[in-house]
Structures are given as structure tokens and as C-alpha cells.
Design a protein around this ligand. Structure first.
Ligand code: 5RP
Length: 223
């Protein structure tokens, strides 16, 4: 078992009968969803709320009942991956491009558990490029302002060279910052830029972090 599988499957244990569960996106959340599919097949009664089209496809394949975010008042628990996590339970997300829906679902959740391999735990956020979702119209204006700040934005592309589009048909600018010294200030500044839809800083969402290790062990950190 790899560290992602260990973390994903461990976090699935926190899902209880009758819960409305936010289903995260990515290769670690994948294992949680697979395990949840097994538990649903055994009779567990849950309703999932997805954070991406990819997760919707996976959940439907595993026969997990789903509801639209518009139709739930509150989500009991969301389990999602992260690209970086620091000791203050702040994180960078959006490597898989689902940051907007992930933040909407996290915001509607009573609790959020992040599932990560040990390599995602960092002292300072920012070595992983910070995704910023922008509307295509006039996005070069946003890009210019990010360049002026020295944040080195790179427009995300697919391997075939086409521009990457999010599930909401927006672009992503990945900021190469190396270190984010004041995540709260950066989050505020980014969210005040016209054209920015959302950014990948998740500062006050994770209530627990489940860390999988390559030696097969797992650690749960509660805030
Ligand atoms: C997608 C995300 C993912 O949760 C994040 O990129 C972690 O992915 P993985 O578990 O595949 O490393 O934020 O937008």
C-alpha cells in the first residue's frame, strides 16, 4: 500500500451512517472514494457531494448516491487531498484544478479532513505552485499584475499544448513563489483582484489531517 492509499482508506473510517459527505478530488481522495464504494456496497447509507466532474464519474461508478451542492444545507464531513500542508493546518490545493469546487464544498462543511502522503507536509507553503483560477476574459491583465509582484505566473496547459480549462471553463495561473511568507495577506490580495475566481490557499478549512507514510503507518493530526 502506498502512502496515499493508507491515508485515503484511514480517513474513510470517519464516515458514519447517514452522513452527507464531501468527496474530494485527486489521487489520494481516489482511495477514500474506492473504500467508500465498498462500504456503500455493504449497506452504508451516505450521500456524497462531489468537488469535480472527475470525482462525480468515480463516485457514480462506485454507486455512491450523490446530491448537488445546491440541494444540501450542510455537509457533515469533507475528505479531500492537498498539495501542501503546514503545521497550522493551512494548505495549498488545486494541483488537480478543482480548487473552486473544493473550496465551495469545504466552506459548506462542518468538518474537513485532508488526506496526504508524508511528502505533502511542509514547513512553509509555496514550493508547490499556487493555482489561481481566473476568467479567460482579460486574463492577461491579471497575469501582468502577478508578474509585477514577482509571483511568476504560468498559464496551465495540457501536455498536448492546449490551455487547461477548469470544470467552470476558467484558466489557471500557477504561481511559482517558492515560499509564501504571509498566506493570509496573499489570500486577501488575490481575492481582491478582478478576474480572479479563486486561489488555492485553504487557510481555515482543515479540521484534521491524515498523513500516510511509506513505511505503512498513518498519523492523524487534529486541530
Ligand atoms: C485537486 C486538489 C487535490 O486534492 C490535490 O491536488 C492533491 O492531489 P493528489 O492527492 O493527487 O496529490 O486540490 O484540485
Amino acid at each position: 500500500m502506498n502512502s496515499k492509499q493508507i491515508a485515503g482508506e484511514k480517513a474513510c473510517e470517519y464516515i458514519q451512517d447517514g452522513m452527507v459527505v464531501g468527496l474530494g478530488t485527486g489521487s489520494t481522495a481516489y482511495y477514500m472514494i474506492q473504500k467508500l464504494g465498498d462500504r456503500v456496497a455493504e449497506g452504508l447509507n451516505v450521500t456524497g457531494v462531489v468537488t469535480s466532474k472527475a470525482t462525480e464519474k468515480l463516485a457514480l461508478e462506485r454507486n455512491i448516491p450523490l446530491m448537488d451542492l445546491n440541494d444540501v444545507t450542510e455537509i457533515d464531513l469533507t475528505i479531500d487531498g492537498a498539495d501542501e500542508v503546514d503545521a497550522a493546518f493551512r494548505g495549498v490545493k488545486g494541483g488537480g484544478g478543482a480548487l473552486l469546487f473544493e473550496k465551495l464544498v469545504a466552506h459548506a462543511s462542518k468538518k474537513s479532513i485532508w488526506v496526504v502522503g508524508e511528502d505533502k507536509v511542509v514547513e512553509t507553503l509555496g514550493a508547490f505552485p499556487l493555482p489561481v483560477e481566473v476568467v479567460p476574459f482579460g486574463y492577461k491583465q491579471v497575469e501582468r499584475q502577478l508578474e509585477e509582484k514577482g509571483y511568476n505566473p504560468i498559464l496551465r496547459h495540457h501536455e498536448d499544448g492546449s490551455i487547461y480549462l477548469t470544470d467552470s471553463q476558467n484558466y489557471i495561473l500557477d504561481l511559482q513563489m517558492k515560499a509564501i511568507t504571509n498566506p493570509e495577506a496573499l489570500n486577501d490580495w488575490l481575492n481582491n483582484l478582478p478576474g480572479v475566481v479563486e486561489n488555492g490557499l485553504f487557510l481555515n478549512y482543515a479540521s484534521s489531517i491524515v498523513i500516510g507514510f511509506s513505511d505503512g503507518s498513518v498519523e492523524v493530526r487534529d486541530k
